[in-house]
Design a protein around this ligand. Structure first.
Ligand code: FE
Length: 231
């Protein structure tokens, strides 16, 4: 079986929030699709280990914020590589509440869907939640981020709880560089000198050795010592 075939499936990149009674959380998801048009129904696949999974089970509702290409890696890392059991991810993020009372993430969001869960399917490591859209709106005209864009342009990886996680990410996601690339041993983010980390003040063309020691992984927050030269 050539698992590279799976890397050709196209996805978007979303923040899924859920919860109730003052307990809320959000996480990155890439496995969401519209199931029916009438009524408007969507499905998402969520890892059972994730705190958001627990909150969807409890509240039977969730919100999907569809992210724009401009969403920085720090923002994606906050929702993708940190657990809501340890940090309040929504603390410094612009949100609003509407029909479901679940916080709708508005930062870097092009549109959002508020969903009430109708059914679920146990899929081993993950649960697929299917629900009706009870409210939705467009937030901006920015271009929605695709998963391919996230991987190729942003250098993003899948956290180990993602349905698309693979120990060996596609080699095409990493372009050859003359100066060495460094990989974060915590989350798999690759620092590419040619791209730098402009979101965090590191200009394109900066070799890893010249990145200040105060710099941290834009995805998971690990410090520079956690990076290893990419082989
Ligand atoms: Fe990292």
């Amino acid at each position: 079986m050539n698992r590279s075939a799976l890397h050709k499936i196209s996805y978007g990149l979303y923040v899924v929030t859920s919860g109730q009674d003052g307990k809320f959380n959000g996480q990155i998801a890439n496995s969401m699709f519209q199931v029916t048009s009438n009524p408007a129904t969507v499905a998402i696949s969520i890892n059972k280990e994730n705190y958001t999974h627990e909150l969807i089970k409890l509240s039977r509702k969730f919100v999907v914020s569809i992210l724009s290409e401009e969403a920085p890696m720090t923002f994606i890392g906050l929702f993708g590589f940190k657990s809501g059991r340890d940090v309040n991810k929504l603390q410094n993020v612009k949100t609003k509440t509407a029909v479901t009372q679940v916080p709708v993430v508005l930062d870097h969001t092009v549109s959002y869907l508020e969903v009430e869960v109708d059914s679920e399917m146990d899929c081993g490591t993950h649960t697929i939640f299917v629900g009706r859209i009870v409210e939705c709106d467009v937030v901006s005209d920015a271009v929605p981020m695709t998963y391919a864009y996230y991987q190729k342009v942003k250098g993003g990886k899948s956290p180990k709880t993602a349905p698309t996680y693979s120990k060996e990410e596609p080699a095409a996601a990493v372009k050859p560089q003359t100066a060495a690339s460094y990989v974060c041993s915590v989350c798999g983010y690759v620092y590419e000198p040619a791209k730098g980390d402009p979101d965090n003040g590191i200009a394109a063309g900066t070799p890893f050795e010249d990145v200040p020691d105060s710099w941290t992984c834009p995805v998971c927050g690990a410090d520079k010592s956690k990076f290893e030269i990419e082989k």
